[in-house]
Design a protein. Structure first.
Length: 120
């Protein structure tokens, strides 16, 4: 069974407020469901989203505004995270301290889920 799940996002730059920064376009990013089963995979998928956003958005050399570049990249990554709609990915993207600690400690996400069940 192939676990690769491609998704394609049409970036609505007007909605995100980047109409003057990035041309409307479509791009594809592929991830597998298996990657989102542990925090290391979530981190890898998020890193690829950031890379895709940086390729999509204009560079500092093109627009001479680091703030605008960051705004574009952050907006595209947020849009991608929302499209995938995975709680661990969303928590990692939002800077959840517990998720960050787990990533830093290289602990499997199942440990976090079990501790949440134990506390709940």
């Amino acid at each position: 069974m192939d676990l690769k799940k491609p998704f394609s996002v049409v970036v609505c730059v007007a909605v995100l407020g980047f109409s003057s920064l990035a041309g409307a376009g479509e791009y594809t990013m592929t991830y597998s469901k298996g990657e989102l089963r542990n925090i290391q995979g979530v981190k890898a998928v998020h890193a690829r989203m950031v890379k895709a956003a940086k390729l999509y958005c204009p560079t500092y050399t093109e627009i001479r505004s680091l703030a605008d570049v960051r705004t574009c990249v952050n907006g595209v990554v947020s849009d991608l995270v929302g499209t995938v709609n995975h709680s661990g990915l969303t928590r990692y993207h939002d800077g959840d301290e517990e998720i960050s600690r787990i990533v830093d400690a290289n602990i499997d996400e199942s440990s976090l889920l079990q501790s949440e069940l134990d506390q709940g």
